[in-house]
Design a protein around this ligand. Structure first.
Ligand code: ATP
Ligand code: FE
Length: 395
């Protein structure tokens, strides 16, 4: 069986075809992150237009690479939320069209569920990535803990089974990826590859101990169960440090004389490195708490999966490795390109649902709904007990 997956919830238009064993038969992705950088964020109408321009080509390329036609498919999975409804709709309409042509069911997928489950396709990891170390990773078995760190989400999820997700922690304000993006902007870095990679690179040449930014929520009450995150305070600490030393935007006006370029670069690197040290420490402390908490009900918990764009950060990976070793856990990190948004995660989640017969929709009777007819989208869709498919799974 083969499943096509389509992802258009944010700024990437992506599609992929996977087999039942998790092999990637074809994939294609087009990012409009450059466009977003130019406008300083996602502009919904521009993002929709970019998806509309890209979607037919991206889906055709994934199918072509897999040497498959729509009738060869057993299902078409598509992200229906959370995300921008204008963008989600482009993917859902395309998915309807292909499922109609193929005479197969449409499988609605939750974007964060897909980020969490993609690691389970890693059994076929040798075909996933050029990085040989990734092929050694086993597919995590239920239940496992997932740390999902991306631009819009910051979650610790106990994945008890397909569609059975217990949220142990979430962010009280910003997500960590968003914090990286804001810090990149404060430091005046090049945002064309996204803020996270720019901060990570700059941090390499900085002193991580240069600034003693406080670790968020370190002294909060109910320590044994508190797995929530907060990044707003850390961002403010960074802003204050930038203002004090180099001025907002990194363009001068702070404590340094104009012309002190090398000194300015060093100051920026120190801020980036100190921010990263504290952000990573916060993520790791909460993850430790979540593991201990989850083990109260699941003593055999043996795996932790990290996914989402920030999971490709090397400092985070290294610190989580150390944590996993300490707690006798296996850390599973998908290769970086499967940490950020991609079609494979959606296709694989669809395959899991198809195999289990859980949350699989109907085959659309028409390729496009009538004018004004409702298309299922869930722009705001919390993962967890509110996922209506959970009860379906438990029955
Ligand atoms: P969501 O999945 O919550 O809807 P998203 O899809 O925009 O959000 P992803 O594509 O998973 O998020 O990840 C993008 C985020 O990851 C950006 O905020 C980016 O700055 C961050 N990021 C990417 N690479 C790195 C890195 N190496 N270090 C830190 N952050 C990174
Ligand atoms: Fe994402």
């Amino acid at each position: 069986r083969y499943v096509l997956g389509i992802e258009t919830s944010c700024d990437d238009t992506a599609a992929a075809v996977v087999s039942e064993s998790g092999e990637v038969l074809g994939e294609s992705i087009l990012s409009s992150v450059d466009l977003q950088a130019k406008f300083g964020g996602v502009v919904p109408n521009l993002a929709r237009q970019a998806h509309e321009d890209a979607i037919d080509g991206v889906v055709a390329e994934a199918l072509h690479a897999a040497q498959l036609e729509p009738p060869d498919l057993s299902g078409v999975a598509v992200t229906i939320g959370p995300g921008l409804s204008l963008c989600l709709k482009v993917g859902v309409l395309k998915a309807r069209e292909v499922a109609h042509l193929g005479g197969c069911p449409l499988i609605p997928v939750h974007h964060m569920e897909a980020h969490a489950l993609v690691a389970r396709a890693l059994a076929a990891a040798s075909s996933y990535d050029d990085d040989p170390s990734s092929s050694a990773q086993p597919a995590p078995a239920f239940p496992f803990l997932a740390l999902l760190v991306s631009g819009g989400h910051n979650l610790l999820v106990l994945v008890e089974g397909l569609g059975v997700y217990k949220i142990l922690g979430t962010t009280l304000d910003d997500a960590v990826g968003e914090a990286y993006d804001k810090v990149a902007r404060l430091l005046g870095l090049d945002l064309s590859r996204g803020g996270g990679p720019a901060v990570e690179e700059l941090a390499l040449s900085g002193d991580a101990e240069a600034h003693a930014f406080p670790v968020p929520l370190k002294n909060s009450r109910d320590k044994a169960k508190n797995c929530d995150f907060s990044f707003a305070g850390l961002k403010t600490s960074v802003r204050t440090a930038v203002e004090r030393t180099i001025g907002i935007g990194g363009g001068g006006g702070g404590g340094l004389e104009v012309g002190e370029e090398a000194a300015r670069a060093k100051v920026k690197a120190d801020i980036a490195a100190s921010f990263q040290r504290v952000a990573v420490e916060h993520l790791c402390l909460r993850t430790r708490t979540a593991v201990l908490w989850a083990r109260e009900t699941h003593p055999g918990l043996g795996e932790i999966v990290v996914a989402g764009g920030v999971a490709s950060n090397r400092t985070l990976r290294r610190e989580l490795e150390a944590l996993a070793l300490d707690l006798d856990l296996k850390l599973v990190c998908p290769p970086p390109r499967y940490c950020t948004d991609n079609g494979v995660m959606v296709a694989w989640t669809g395959m899991e649902r198809l195999r289990a017969g859980v949350g699989v929709g109907e085959c659309p009777e028409t390729p496009r709904p009538e004018e004004g007819e409702w298309v299922e989208l869930r722009p705001r869709w919390p993962l967890g007990d509110l996922d209506p498919r959970c009860s379906q799974q438990r029955q």
